[in-house]
Design a protein around this ligand. Structure first.
Ligand SMILES: Cc1cc2nc3c(=O)[nH]c(=O)nc-3n(C[C@H](O)[C@H](O)[C@H](O)COP(=O)(O)OP(=O)(O)OC[C@H]3O[C@@H](n4cnc5c(N)ncnc54)[C@H](O)[C@@H]3O)c2cc1C
Length: 658
């Protein structure tokens, strides 16, 4: 009998206890998830380090990161605004040859949960780590989400990468071909970006030698782990998914444009810790005194405005930034070469507009003196969408598909097991729509995958799965209504489940960021009317029916049942297109991939904001390098594409080309 089975009763007991406490925390508002669990984690890690010294630096130390204010200078070669993946990577690369100031926003430092893959989702919904943007009401009633969509977005150093699953997947050839042909962008082709991904990545174990990754970069890439008890489910999923979608099993979802296989994440093999931008790029150089002399970092402070001057020849140039320091003082820092905006897709347009660069209607509304009319600022907001939680549930105790507390013990002892998978993501795959009118080409040079599906090793009935959904705006009453208490009042903890996340990769809806007021601290307003067009609704319905079919084909033989309750007001049989078209509007949620609000484009394009050399069109010495420059969604995740083009930007800057 395996140890796992012997520990099963203990596991279940602990599972009920953890879940019960989590419920209490939420129901009675006893504080956020992370505040509650973090002290316990600290004690546990402190103890474990005696036997596993490689886990020792489980905490980010402020003194290793922040520059003593007395050493700050008045001017730097580059001033970087925002320390998400784009800002951290640029700070690391540019400080090799230049003096750099990284001004990082309001969030606290990353905490211990951001080290341990499965636990980093605990920071979602924490005010110290998450901006928690609330979308403006949609014209489509998304009834699943009690208060509209919540766009979780990282506030702390590391930005959204600190909240994210760190799945590393570059956009496809056809995505970048579209950027070139539709938007007139030069030098962002797949081969160029692959070349740059190799610079900052390193394969480990089985991922060594995969074509996308390098062998000396700071980001460590690894396959997600499949716990022993989960192997049968993974195999069943891969078999059913490839059968239903007409694809095949692949070894790397970056290498093949269609197909299903193990997920690739940024995680260190030896420690099991996430290889996050802060750890890999900032802490990685924190002990290098020479580098720290060139790279200065200010934490918990916000850039309020960019200082822009009119030159003698009439042109505009950025000269520096005004920073609201965390002690309330305002300081001006000069940038000798460039101000580099990396504040993310929501805040970068906010800073631009507050600095007088943006669409006339918005600047006039707030009586902001117009420095430059750029209509594209804040427009073209795009995202990927998940269809809520598509799950298969097993009768009580049968599947044992949840992560049990003894997994934490396994992680402590060997850094293996289900805890090593961020968001519990185990496998994933990309495939095309079968709807011929939406998807007519078959060559990867010219067409993109339409859909993605993940298989997770945690389900919604797990404290972590449930916490993620709550943070995304799905309230406890909704969870209870749709999942926890269906099937004769069974509560959540009485069933095991498997969660799949189906994602719509190319919704055509575009939204807009607008100012809420003139305060930099205020969350801007997000207008994104999801599913406001027939094409997206049809695609979402097809995706819903496909994931349902995959779930039942894969897990039906184990006794699994599709768990979504029938949506009120929808007609037609559960597996019909008629029903799916109606049901998808109830449980659509963000995949947290907001982008596009200061998009790349040809300077002659009135809605372009940034040119192919990352320069803000019409203002010298000002560049934008974060998610906001992506002109259209990619058929993959965000980090790899963002990091690839930031690497390109820094390469050009370090070689003096821009
Ligand atoms: C829950 C979640 C899961 C995700 N999972 C994945 C995944 O698995 N794989 C993947 O590839 N992508 C994932 N993403 C998306 C990805 O994390 C983001 O697209 C990416 O991190 C964006 O990086 P960025 O540098 O553009 O901006 P951000 O990460 O938004 O960073 C911007 C930073 O700038 C700071 N800032 C803002 N305003 C100011 C100011 N005025 N002054 C100074 N600083 C400021 C902010 O505090 C923030 O830290 C996920 C995102 C979320 C939220």
């Amino acid at each position: 009998m395996s140890l796992q089975l012997l520990l099963y009763p203990l596991d279940k007991l602990l599972f009920y206890a953890v879940n019960g406490i989590t419920e209490l925390v939420y129901r009675f508002g006893l504080g956020g998830m992370a505040q509650f669990h973090l002290p316990l984690l600290h004690v546990a890690f402190f103890a474990v380090c005696f036997i596993r010294p490689e886990l020792r630096d489980y905490n980010v130390r402020r003194e290793h990161i922040e520059t003593d204010y007395r050493h700050l200078r008045a001017s730097y070669d580059y001033v970087i605004v925002g320390g998400g993946i784009s800002g951290c990577l640029a700070a690391n690369r540019l400080s090799r040859h230049h003096t750099v100031l990284l001004v990082h926003g309001p969030g606290a430092l990353p905490n211990i949960a951001t080290r341990v893959p499965l636990l980093n989702s605990l920071n979602q919904g924490e005010a110290s780590h998450d901006f928690e943007y609330k979308a403006e009401p949609s014209s489509i009633p998304l009834q699943w989400l009690s208060g509209g969509i919540t766009y979780n977005s990282g506030k702390t150093l590391g930005g959204s990468s600190i909240l994210g699953a760190l799945i590393y997947s570059l956009g496809r050839k056809a995505d970048f071909a579209e950027w070139a042909s539709t938007f007139g962008i030069q030098g962002f082709d797949h081969d160029t970006l692959t070349h740059y991904v190799k610079r900052h990545t390193r394969g480990q174990g089985d991922t060594r030698g995969l074509p996308l990754y390098g062998d000396r970069g700071e980001f460590l890439v690894d396959y997600s782990e499949t716990p022993k008890y989960y192997t049968k489910y993974k195999h069943a999923f891969l078999k059913a998914a490839t059968y239903v979608t007409g694809t095949r099993v692949v070894r790397d979802h970056n290498e093949e444009w269609l197909g299903f296989g193990s997920a690739l994440q940024l995680v260190e093999k030896h420690s099991g810790y996430l290889s996050s931008p802060v750890r890999a790029l900032i802490e990685g150089i924190s002990k290098d005194q020479e580098r720290r002399g060139r790279l200065h970092i200010i934490l918990e402070s916000m850039v309020e405005r960019i200082g822009i001057v009119r030159k003698f020849d009439g042109g505009l140039a950025a000269r520096g930034v005004i920073v609201k320091m965390n002690d309330g003082q305002r300081k001006y820092f000069f940038a000798r070469k460039k101000v580099v905006l990396a504040a993310g897709a929501v805040r970068t347009p906010q800073i631009l507009m507050l600095s007088g660069i943006g669409p006339m209607d918005e600047l006039n509304k707030w009586q902001i003196p117009v420095v430059l009319n750029r209509e594209g600022v804040g427009r073209n907001l795009h995202d990927h969408y998940d269809l809520g939680t598509s799950s298969v549930m097993f009768p009580r105790g049968k599947g044992y598909a949840d992560v049990a507390p003894t997994e934490l013990l396994q992680f402590f002892l060997s850094s293996t097991g289900a805890i090593r998978n961020s968001y519990g993501v185990n496998s994933l795959g990309f495939f095309k729509s079968r709807n011929i009118s939406y998807s007519t080409c078959l060559s990867q040079e010219t067409c993109q995958p339409d859909f993605e599906i993940f298989l997770h090793t945690v389900s919604v009935n797990h404290p972590i799965g449930g916490a993620t959904l709550r943070a995304a705006g799905i309230g406890t009453p909704d969870l209870e209504k749709y999942y926890y208490r269906q099937g004769g009042g069974n509560t959540v903890v009485q069933k095991d489940g498997i969660l799949m996340t189906p994602t719509l990769l190319h919704p055509v809806t575009r939204g807009r960021i607008k100012l809420r007021d003139l305060m930099i601290e205020s969350n801007p307003r997000i207008f994104l009317d999801v599913l406001d067009n027939e094409r997206d609704v049809q695609m979402a319905a097809e995706l819903y029916l496909t994931v349902r079919k995959i779930g039942l084909t894969a897990f039906g033989p184990f006794g699994g049942q599709w768990m979504d309750v029938r949506q009120e007001g929808c007609t037609g049989p559960d597996d019909s297109f008629e029903y799916a078209r109606c049901a998808v509007k109830r449980f659509l949620k963000t995949a947290w991939h907001l982008a596009g609000t200061a998009r790349l484009g040809h300077p002659s394009d009135p809605l372009a904001v940034v040119d192919s050399n990352f320069n803000l069109i019409g203002v010298e010495n000002l560049s934008v390098i974060d998610a906001s420059i992506m002109p259209a969604p990619v058929s993959g995740h965000m980090l790899a594409t963002i990091a690839a083009y930031v690497e390109k930007f820094c390469d050009m800057a370090n070689r003096g080309i821009i």
